[in-house]
Design a protein around this ligand. Structure first.
Ligand code: HEM
Length: 110
């Protein structure tokens, strides 16, 4: 909303769509809308396994947001972006280790 108010005209907003740091933001935003709309318990029950499939699109939105942020100001934002994405990457690395690499983990066959 602030971006739209700041630009002040539809022509300026559409004119900027081809910029990497803008279209990545818009696509991340569009991806997030159905996730937000279906985040309550009612939809978790109604959608069954599709709910998890849909929520996993959050990974695509996260990558797009990283590019969006890093590409701002001619890629000057990679360091600040990484201060926020570093913890996310660490959490994901922990999950991969816990589920697939941890010594003594239970396998399907076991
Ligand atoms: C709806 C489409 C979007 C547009 C048009 C847009 C546009 C912008 C612009 C112009 C800036 C630079 C502000 C400045 O420093 O002058 C910015 C910064 C940023 N945007 Fe977006 N954005 C969008 C969506 C998103 C989404 C969905 C996310 C995350 C979920 C996001 C996260 C950020 C972050 C983290 C920054 C950096 C803020 C900072 O400098 O600390 N944006 N965005």
């Amino acid at each position: 909303m602030f971006y739209l108010i700041d630009k002040g005209s539809l022509a300026t907003v559409t004119g900027e769509l081809s910029r990497l740091y803008i279209w990545t933001g818009w696509i991340a935003f569009i991806v997030i809308i159905p996730l937000a709309l279906t985040s309550m318990d009612y939809f978790v029950r109604k959608m069954g396994t599709w709910w998890k499939w849909l929520q996993r699109w959050t990974y695509a939105a996260a990558v797009l947001t990283l590019i969006h942020w890093a590409a701002l100001h001619d890629w000057g934002g990679i360091a600040p972006a990484m201060t926020h994405f570093g913890p996310l990457i660490a959490l994901e690395a922990y999950r991969v280790w816990y589920w697939y690499l941890r010594p003594g983990r239970r396998t399907v066959a076991a």
